[in-house]
Write a protein that binds this ligand. Structure first.
Ligand code: AP5
Length: 210
């Protein structure tokens, strides 16, 4: 099974991708996490990506498509995968089609912009493994320490309010057109994001089975 999680920044794609990944034993592939890892490691791709990410803009298609192609060619993705944050432009979606990747369902997690802005200020992420938390909705067990790998849990660089607004603008301009793209292919399932993570997970699993 190949799934895509679509939605605005902070809609809960990563959170739901992780829950579905655990349930179906499919790898969750987050281009955002891969790019942050590249930035942290100071690779050439990471250095060129950083200025786009800091500005709330998208990293150029050719860079992200290359990273994604290499990732889904790995052994653990042979029986399926969950894409979190890819595709983000129609060009990226067309590139997936050109690669011959069949997508079973596209889960579009819908959350209003006002709620997104409030949510992002409470998000904390592990700087080592990328696990995502929220100070209110999904707190870590021990202050500042990742439950999974004991790494350091911090505010993400691009979660500053002004960058969040830029990311939302980018989403509406460049990514939202994918809703029609996948709807016209009969793949789209919209999930209304709920206040509680487990409620969204329940609706997401129902949408996958529908
Ligand atoms: P990326 O890391 O993909 O960021 P994003 O899409 O902006 O998504 P987020 O990770 O911010 O949010 P999410 O929807 O995963 O929400 P989460 O589950 O964490 O990309 C970062 C940057 O990399 C981009 O800006 C771009 O520059 C670049 N990039 C990445 N992919 C690219 C691509 N394909 N092409 C070009 N550039 C690319 O949830 C958010 C918070 O809310 C968390 O704290 C969570 O605990 C909490 N939460 C989640 N669900 C709920 C709920 N139901 N109720 C309450 N709280 C909740």
């Amino acid at each position: 099974m190949n799934l895509i999680f679509l939605g605005a920044p902070g809609a809960g794609k990563g959170t739901q991708a992780e829950n579905v990944s655990n349930k179906y034993s499919l790898p969750a592939v987050s281009t955002g996490n891969m790019l942050r890892e590249a930035v942290k490691n100071g690779t050439e791709a990471g250095l060129s990506a950083k200025r786009y990410m800091d500005a709330g803009d998208l990293v150029p298609d050719e860079v992200v498509i290359g990273i994604l192609k290499d990732r889904i060619a790995l052994d653990d993705a042979k029986n399926g995968f969950i894409l979190d944050g890819f595709p983000r432009t129609v060009e990226q979606a067309q590139a997936l089609e050109r690669m011959g990747v069949n997508i079973d369902k596209v889960l579009n997690i819908h959350v209003a912009d006002e709620r997104i802005i409030a949510r992002m200020s409470g998000r904390r992420v592990c700087s080592d493994c990328g696990s995502s938390y929220h100070i209110e909705y999904k707190p870590v067990k021990s202050e500042g320490v990742c439950d999974s790998c004991k790494g350091s849990v911090e505010l993400r660089d691009d979660d500053k309010p002004e960058t969040v607004l830029a990311r939302l603008k980018t989403y509406h301009e460049k990514t939202a057109p994918l809703i029609n793209f996948y709807d016209s292919r009969g793949k789209l399932r919209t999930v209304e994001g709920q206040e509680k993570i487990e409620d969204t997970t329940r609706l997401t699993l129902e949408a996958i089975d529908s």
